[in-house]
Write a protein that binds this ligand. Sequence first.
Ligand code: ZN
Length: 330
Amino acid sequence: MTSESPATPIAAPDGTHPSACPICGTTGGREILTARDHRRGTPGEFRVVECTSCRLARTDPWPDDPGAWYPDEYPQHGDQPSLTARASGAALRRAARPGARRLGRILGRAVPEADTGGPVAPRSRILDVGAGTGTAVAAFRAAGHDAWGVEPSLRAVVVAEGRGTEGVVAGSLDDALDNELIPAGPYDVIRMSQVLEHVADPIALLQRLRSIIAPTGRLIVGVPNLDSVARKVTGSAWDGLELPRHLLHYTRESLLWVLSLGGFHVTSMRTAPLLGVLPGSIDARTAGGDRQRGWSDALPVRVALYPVEWALGAAGQGDGIVAIAEPAGP
Ligand SMILES: [Zn+2]
């Protein structure tokens, strides 16, 4: 293991400490970029540092309490369904129907949030980790599956309950399993969309999932793609950074490695669009990389740029990565 001084130290905002790689413990590393929170305006600057030992990129400095950086109005937790949530819910309700093989594949390509990684057998047991307001759980339940979700935001779970969605439990996966709030398994399908980048110890989380997934089960993981062409072009303004709430920043290589350390064998991996990241990045870039002006949230803008995002994803340059994995070994 190596330990080097950061190239350009930055003033650590309150409530942070110098980071170490959560996988291998290495401190320091190669600075990829320095950026501000152009979405929410968290004070201070944050760097994305690539571990010199294992190449996993992380946020530096690291929060003392990662939960403290989530504003109350975090949009994924609100009661107004986002465009992504509405589109993925509608697509998942169709893709998750037993027998929807071809349709499911098409929908999964068009809307990565609706990717089930293959056909879903009737009455499958499904877990959505980071279930948000329960869009996917509701869609799977409507298709006749035994679907459950865990979600750290109590506010999001209250919204799910308000919509009549059952099976979404507030708290961590460990809490939900240890307190028997969700079935102990085995799960046929585990979905974890835009979650792993928020998690401080991804190996521990994956190993827990490995212990509850069925031997023939599959895990669907979606994360932002630090190697996307939009990230390279827009740099610190790239909207997939979501600093400082994203603690880790994955490439295909580092995601593959983290999944394998967590006990999973990747059967397919592709880049995919992440709705709104391209306009959000342009918004921040043209605002000087500081706070977005907000025009990129407008529905017509997002819809207009989605074909571009989709084409980049199909060309291996998308802002997201979708990996399908199965439990490795015995
Ligand atoms: Zn490392």
